[in-house]
Design a protein around this ligand. Structure first.
Ligand code: NAD
Length: 499
């Protein structure tokens, strides 16, 4: 059986006593096994990083940028292979896997401009003969811990800025679909990155704890579910690390009475059910404003949902594929039952869906609930499957407060033709990323990605300038070049002012 090993110091290897199964979600069988590492495996990676990082940090930024350029070219050249690898472990359809990698590559494009971004600040003549300048220096060794749902994009969100700014980077990908991050690390080496600067260690909680406790790792970037994000944040910060930890989501799509409902239905179908709903920027809650809007929307949504095609991940006609594991399928179906038990009106039930020839695959049909209310557990929690819950709001203010008061605050969208309503909504909603007639408002690479409330712990977003800030620390130099004589001894013991 294929084995996925740690990738340390430029090659695969390092022994592990434990292994995890990698499933083929299309067929429900084990397709490979992944090494589950421990503190000893991490130590090997840290030692390789410590040996390589000082020279990488001293490599001038345009040379580091050239590695990024070449890496981008290599990823593009290997896009098909990477997308198939990704789909075979995750289950998302090939076009979606290409999008996953492409969104990550856009962060690499941003990193190709790292010399410009790292230029720093300079003040001439801040005092007599005194100049002040500041520079951004790498943290040293940074680590990334990533979720299963974007095994291309999220490792690239982190590795690009971490490496381009001069750090050594160690990634611990999801143990459910770890192959793409390993392949990306290989491509980094092929692009000219020195060994030890991008490494992959696999594992579960044991490896995560080893990362959080290792004194040589200065920064940890995490993306995953909220309880784990909170845990990672607390433990990492308690150990003196810089931590950004992105968590779960329950994004609302507000539909105003004046919205273009055909467009909304089209957008919702993709945003609620694409990638089987396994996106932190999915729209699993739709909030029509007014019962009349709700009825019109529902009448259009039902046939659109019934027309969705579920298929294996290589089916080019399929809108979405299986969910990632049997356990995740059981969890999503459990939430469908809970929502029905809580009084949600089950309009379309996706349970029991089977795909001919792939009866053991982890498929779930699209599911629609109406009359979901805010007191339901199934509304409060993230389901992370192809399940759309309709929560009716009487008016704009109620819709706004639904999104604002939910425990998660990752993304939100409003659909309207009214510029004033959209503007008001964007200004007041208590959520980190807002779409106006855009269902999945994932910011472009040169802006930054991050939610609010329980969707993110820590104060720095992913990528863009926020990413550069996260992976660097500022050093400020105050220099004086007096024109000969010594300083004023009488004033040497008071706080200097620039006069
Ligand atoms: P997860 O929390 O189960 O796993 C994320 C990472 O944490 C993995 O690398 C995993 O090995 C590790 N981990 C799991 N259990 C752990 C434990 N007990 N202690 C320490 N580490 C542990 O998340 P997932 O199921 O892989 O991914 C889906 C989740 O990620 C969803 O909640 C989704 O909303 C969220 N997500 C958030 C964003 C965002 O930017 N906010 C983006 C993508 C996904």
């Amino acid at each position: 059986m294929r084995q996925i090993d740690h990738f340390i110091s430029g090659s695969a290897g390092a022994s592990s006593a434990r292994f995890g199964d990698i499933m083929d979600p299309n067929n429900g069988v084990v397709q490979a096994r992944v090494a589950l590492g421990d503190a000893a495996v991490l130590e090997r990676a840290v030692q390789a990083a410590l040996a390589a990082q000082p020279a990488w940090a001293m490599t001038n930024p345009q040379r580091r940028a050239r590695v990024m350029f070449e890496f981008k070219r290599l990823v593009e050249a290997n896009m098909n292979e990477l997308a198939h690898m990704l789909s075979s472990e995750h289950g998302k359809v090939i076009a979606d896997s290409k999008g996953d990698i492409q969104r990550g590559l856009e962060v690499i494009e941003f990193c190709c401009g790292i010399p410009h971004v790292l230029k720093g600040e300079y003040t001439q003549g801040a005092g007599p003969g005194i100049d002040v300048y500041s520079m951004r220096q790498p943290i040293g060794i940074g680590a990334g811990i990533t979720p299963f749902n974007f095994p291309g994009m999220i490792p690239l969100w982190m590795s690009g800025p971490a490496i381009a700014t001069g750090n050594a980077f160690i990634i611990k990908p999801s143990e459910r679909d770890p192959s793409v991050p390993v392949r990306l690390a290989e491509l980094f080496i092929e692009a000219g990155l020195p060994e030890g600067i991008c490494q992959v260690v696999h594992g579960d909680k044991e490896m995560v704890d080893a990362i959080l406790d290792h004194p040589a790792i200065g920064a940890v970037s995490f993306v995953g579910s909220s309880d784990i994000a909170h845990y990672v944040y607390n433990r990492g910060v308690a150990n003196g690390k810089r931590v950004q930890a992105m968590g779960g989501a329950k994004n609302h799509g507000i539909v105003m009475p004046d919205a273009d409902l055909d467009q909304v239905v089209n957008d919702l179908a993709g945003a609620a059910f694409g990638s089987a709903g396994e996106r932190c920027m999915a729209l699993p809650v739709v909030v029509p404003v007014g019962d009349e809007t709700a009825e019109r929307l529902k009448a259009k949504l039902i046939p659109a949902i019934e027309a969705l095609r579920i298929g294996i991940s290589t089916d080019a006609e399929a809108h979405y594929g299986p969910v990632v594991t049997a356990q995740h399928k059981a969890k999503v179906e459990g939430w469908i039952q809970t929502c029905a038990d809580e009084g949600g009106e089950l309009v379309i039930d996706g349970r029991g869906f089977t795909l001919q020839g792939h009866e053991e695959g982890f498929f779930i049909g699209p599911t629609l609930f109406d009359h979901v209310t805010t007191d339901m557990e199934s509304y409060k929690e993230e389901i992370f499957g192809p399940v759309l819950q309709m929560v009716r709001a009487a008016n704009f203010e109620e819709a706004l407060s639904l999104a604002s008061n939910h425990q998660y605050g990752n993304g939100v969208a409003i659909f309207t033709r009214n510029g004033h309503a959209a503007r008001e909504f964007a200004a007041r909603v208590n959520v980190g990323m807002v779409g106006i007639n855009v269902p999945i408002p994932v910011p472009v690479a040169y802006h930054s990605f991050g939610g609010w409330k329980r969707s993110a712990f820590g104060d720095t977003n992913q990528h863009g300038m926020e990413g550069v800030k996260f992976w660097t620390k500022v050093k400020t130099i105050t220099q004086r070049w007096p024109d000969g004589g010594v300083g004023d001894a009488a004033n040497a013991f008071v706080i200097p002012t620039m006069g």
